[in-house]
Design a protein around this ligand. Structure first.
Ligand SMILES: C[S@@+](CC[C@H](N)C(=O)[O-])C[C@H]1O[C@@H](n2cnc3c(N)ncnc32)[C@H](O)[C@@H]1O
Length: 218
């Protein structure tokens, strides 16, 4: 029952976000259905986001903000992107991960590593990147939107909590709605999308209107 309610709430929130996004001509609508494949995919959030990114963006310079162990950065590098983790807490890559295209477990060797900036994310860092990604990026969501507006980057956010952020949503408004409204006010075109992993799985994709055609594939 609780799961059913969660799903309904997620669907309502997604619909409200789509309404906010309006007619923004951006890629992104990965529709969730109860297909066999999606039931299997619940926990592979980095692999799912990697797949979504390579399907919707041309390879570019991407900052994986609050990237933790750096699996997303590793996968993007393998796809020919220039990716860098920005996270003050350095963690080495995991020893293995599942390739969701083949279903195989892939072992990493000890020498595998990814570029890593061991500092808290600050706005000026965005200058060297085209795309800012924040997957559950603790306290960084508003800073990422501001940085993207200042330096003309696109952003992809999977916001979770409001802790450490400079503002909180007004009563009755979800945190994702507040962020979407804030991003629209900063001049971004914004679009929600969903990936099938456990937890907060609604993403916000934003890009300055003038950059839509140069970055987005479809
Ligand atoms: C909830 S974890 C998310 C990690 C990873 N993205 C994931 O989805 O598993 C939050 C991460 O935010 C990082 N973090 C906290 N404050 C940060 C900041 N100001 N700038 C960049 N990363 C930060 C933490 O070190 C931690 O790795």
């Amino acid at each position: 029952m609780a799961k059913h309610k969660d799903r309904e709430f997620g669907q309502e929130l997604f619909a409200r976000l789509e309404q906010l996004a309006g007619t923004a001509n951006l890629a992104g609508g990965e529709v969730l259905t109860e297909s066999q494949e999606l039931r299997k995919m619940k926990k592979f959030r980095f692999q799912l986001l990697h797949r979504w990114l390579v399907a919707h963006f041309a390879p570019c310079r991407v900052a994986d903000i609050a990237g933790g162990k750096g699996l997303l950065t590793y996968l993007l590098q393998k796809s020919g992107w220039q990716a860098t983790v920005i996270d003050p807490h350095y963690q080495p890559l995991s020893e293995k991960y599942k390739d969701i295209a083949t279903g195989q477990r892939v072992k990493l060797v000890q020498t595998d590593s990814v570029p890593h900036i061991n500092k808290p994310f600050t706005r000026e860092m965005a200058e060297s990147f085209d795309l800012l990604v924040g997957m559950h990026a603790h306290g960084c969501n508003v800073e990422i939107i501001d940085a993207a507006a200042q330096f003309g980057c696109a952003f992809v956010l999977f916001p979770c909590c409001v802790i450490g952020e400079p503002f909180v949503p007004p009563p009755g408004e979800h945190w994702l709605e507040s962020l979407a409204i804030y991003a629209l006010h900063q001049g971004h075109a914004v679009r929600p999308f969903r990936l099938n992993f456990k937890g907060q799985n609604i993403g916000l994709f934003g890009v300055g209107r003038e950059r839509v055609s140069s970055l987005v594939l479809a």
